[in-house]
Design a protein around this ligand. Sequence first.
Ligand code: ADP
Ligand code: UDP
Length: 292
Amino acid sequence: HSEPEPAERRYRDLCRGGSGLHRQPHDAESARSAIRLPILIQEEAARGGRFSETPMEKREELYAGKAKSVYRTDNPERFVLVFRDDTSAFDGEKKEQLNRKGMVNNKFNAFIMEKLEAAGVPTHFEGLLSSTESLVKKLDMIPVECVVRNVSAGSLCSRLGVAEGQELNPPTYELFLKNDALHDPMVNESLAVSFGWAAADELEQMKSLTYRVNDVLKALFDEAGMLLVDYKLEFGRCEGKIVLGDEFSPDGCRIWDKETRKKMDKDRFRQGLGDVIETYEEVGRRLGIQFD
Ligand code: ADP
Ligand code: UDP
């Protein structure tokens, strides 16, 4: 009986409750959640998908952001992203813990990153490790957020005094400096180049990738009865390439029901509309994502 292929072996190990990630013994909760294999992991593994060839060890936390934490691994080129239940808005002024949010956003993000990668957008996503953890490529993050809008909403309306809900044709493209203390001020390519945040050719690639994401995701949401109103992307550098990083989830985009225009994204939290995570899950289910 010959030794199984690496993909098969990984799948077998996954079915035994392994995850490709050698856990610290105290990480019992994560280890337990890895045993209940999310369908995405099974499918990914069965496809011989993008799981690490070499087992990994989760090491120290490098950074705890407002919603996710970044951990080093024993591979200097890989990080673990942990999606927490913490939610914040208005530069951290409004904060809450929302049950299941970490799990929902982790699986949502995995699904979208897979779709984008398949459509030719290079992403940092390597694979799900557990219900709240993903393995990603370590990126040298560019501190500029790229926002595309198909419909007017949010800061665009307050800034320009325009009504919410106007179709924007062509879709607009804006850049914001990632800086909480300054409330993420709007910037442009010229400022980004002069201050050395990114090179002109990098900004060019970020723009074309952000629009490519729009082509892919607008159609995806449309087919599922939803309108992709706007979204924010973050990019980083990896081996000389511009790669999509961070996350794509209802936390960083606006999604409306196509018929009723019901808000199905983080505006439910910002505006106190209730059923925040239930609605994120509804968006996911319409797209075909299976949660626990
Ligand atoms: P914030 O920093 O805005 O509070 P999060 O809570 O989402 O946001 O924290 C996640 C952090 O991890 C962000 O600062 C993001 O830029 C960073 N990040 C995301 N993906 C990667 C990656 N692949 N490599 C390095 N850093 C990343
Ligand atoms: N966004 C984000 N993080 C930010 C700022 C914006 O994810 O720090 C997202 C936001 O959820 C929306 C889009 O980017 O989908 C455009 O946001 P906008 O400029 O309207 O600002 P906001 O209304 O969120 O203050």
